[in-house]
Design a protein around this ligand. Structure first.
Ligand SMILES: *[C@@H]1O[C@H](CO)[C@@H](O)[C@H](O)[C@H]1NC(C)=O
Ligand SMILES: *[C@@H]1O[C@H](CO)[C@@H](O)[C@H](O)[C@H]1NC(C)=O
Ligand SMILES: *[C@@H]1O[C@H](CO)[C@@H](O)[C@H](O)[C@H]1NC(C)=O
Ligand SMILES: *[C@@H]1O[C@H](CO)[C@@H](O)[C@H](O)[C@H]1NC(C)=O
Ligand SMILES: *[C@@H]1O[C@H](CO)[C@@H](O)[C@H](O)[C@H]1NC(C)=O
Ligand SMILES: *[C@@H]1O[C@H](CO)[C@@H](O)[C@H](O)[C@H]1NC(C)=O
Ligand SMILES: *[C@@H]1O[C@H](CO)[C@@H](O)[C@H](O)[C@H]1NC(C)=O
Length: 386
């Protein structure tokens, strides 16, 4: 009876309930939680694990630390700086539709006391279909010692996560920015930067270790990678180093038929670095009374006469599939906006400069038939079918 009912529901009634939810994603307003508070969530992963399920964000919480003026990584060796504190939480947020005002705080993924001491960057969650566990990776900096990747597991995206390996044994040692790809057959791969060079490496079936099988890219002074697969093409996207740099960076697209390469660099250049003369007309002005663009980083490292059209550094790609199965790839980048509270606080003329309030820029990616990705543009807002 139960089976018959569910067949009846699925075959005859379910189509009646197919509906589309169109939402507006705005890049000019800060993203808010369900209580109307700016979400303090950066540098993380955003994904849906089941059709019509919630979107989960696992991201860094910097707290209400007031950023001193000048460059984002000034005094990176000083624990007083907002981006370099040991107590930053890896927090979990969920939303049914990705809109501002829809995010609910779920909790912290793992207590600060239960993880190895360090400054955490880029928490990224994946699901391992072989172990049926959710695996959370993060990069942590240990001041005078090499940075490492930690691996933790949980039964659900809500956590709590349990540390399983404090030091993923990637073959080039240490670690910088990274991303994880889970292939259709359940094999896991990490793309990671170390010493300003980028590599791909295959993980063991449980994702707790590296197998050591790897491929290394040629570009120097790169970080912030994204690793994904679309129509059987593997994509590694990364840009010029940009240490909390205000002006943002670019995106170099590398494609391959095999996750371990060899990779080919997309021919028509960087997706987001544009001549400064051009971007001055098309993107937000970089106005701030405290922050400054970091010289010779981001697009400027490659060509001083260019800068980032996205005003942000690459972070993650959100896959959004609508009810007819069409997937939109939404690129997210972390953007510094130290002028954020210029208007709010203007009677005292005090810049907010709060690190936890720095926004993100979200934009859909345009794929061409042969698999290349179109140039990025600045867009104030767009409509997304969730
Ligand atoms: C981390 O989370 C704890 C518990 O919710 C909170 O008390 C603390 O203020 C958070 N830290 C930061 C840096 O936001
Ligand atoms: C998005 O989700 C929030 C939180 O559940 C809800 O209040 C809002 O109405 C939703 N927006 C749309 C367009 O469905
Ligand atoms: C990493 O450690 C695992 C487990 O000990 C081992 O099987 C693997 O060969 C190691 N990988 C490298 C690259 O050393
Ligand atoms: C300058 O911007 C315009 C408009 O966005 C674009 O069509 C053009 O390709 C850009 N030029 C260069 C050299 O990037
Ligand atoms: C940048 O522009 C200046 C002034 O036009 C020019 O002299 C210089 O060669 C340009 N640099 C590059 C890398 O294109
Ligand atoms: C899903 O997106 C595709 C591409 O934009 C569109 O053609 C299709 O109509 C959308 N499906 C629904 C149910 O809106
Ligand atoms: C960036 O700062 C400006 C100036 O205060 C503000 O109008 C804008 O809303 C901020 N943008 C975001 C995405 O927070």
């Amino acid at each position: 009876m139960k089976n018959f009912l569910s067949i009846l529901l699925n075959v005859f009634l379910f189509p009646l309930f197919i509906h589309t939810t169109q939402v507006v994603i705005n890049n000019l307003e800060p993203r808010l939680d369900v209580n109307g508070v700016i979400i303090d969530a950066h540098d993380g992963s955003i994904q849906q694990f089941e059709k019509n399920g919630l979107y989960y964000m696992h991201a860094m919480q910097y707290g209400l630390c007031k950023e001193p003026p000048n460059y984002g990584c000034d005094g990176a060796g000083m624990s007083s700086r907002c981006g370099f504190q040991m107590n930053h939480n890896i927090s979990i947020w969920s939303s049914p539709n990705l809109t501002s005002g829809s995010w609910s705080y779920v909790g912290n993924a793992i207590d600060v006391a239960d993880r190895p001491a360090g400054v955490v960057f880029r928490p990224h969650l994946v699901y391992n279909p072989i172990t049926k566990l959710y695996v959370l990776f993060w990069n942590y900096m240990r001041w005078n010692l090499p940075s490492l990747y930690a691996v933790a597991i949980a039964d659900t995206p809500n956590g709590p996560f349990r540390l399983i390996n404090p030091a993923l044994n990637v073959s080039r040692g240490g670690g910088g920015d990274f991303d994880i790809l889970v292939d259709d057959d359940g094999t896991g791969y990490i793309v990671y930067s170390q010493n300003y060079y980028m590599s791909v490496e295959q993980l063991t079936p449980d994702f707790y270790y590296s197998t050591g099988k790897s491929y290394m890219f040629e570009e120097y002074f790169v970080e912030a990678p994204i690793f994904m697969k679309k129509n059987n093409i593997y994509y590694a996207l990364f840009g010029w180093c940009c240490c909390y740099c205000m002006q943002g960076s670019g995106i170099l697209v590398h494609t391959a038929n095999n996750p371990l390469g060899p990779y080919t660099l997309q021919a028509d250049g960087d997706l987001a670095c544009e001549p400064k003369s051009n971007t001055s007309k098309t993107v937000l002005p970089l106005t701030s009374i405290s922050g400054l663009p970091t010289p010779n980083q981001g697009c400027e490292f490659h060509n001083v006469n260019t800068t980032s059209i996205a005003r942000s550094q690459q972070n993650y790609i959100i896959k959004v599939t609508n009810s007819t199965g069409y997937t939109t790839y939404v690129w997210t980048g972390d953007r510094l906006n130290r002028s954020l509270f210029l208007l709010v606080d203007r009677w005292q003329q005090a810049p907010d400069g709060i690190k936890g309030h720095e926004p993100q820029y979200w934009v859909p990616l345009n794929f061409y038939e042969e698999g290349t990705i179109g140039k990025m543009q600045w867009i104030d807002e767009f409509i997304l079918d969730v």
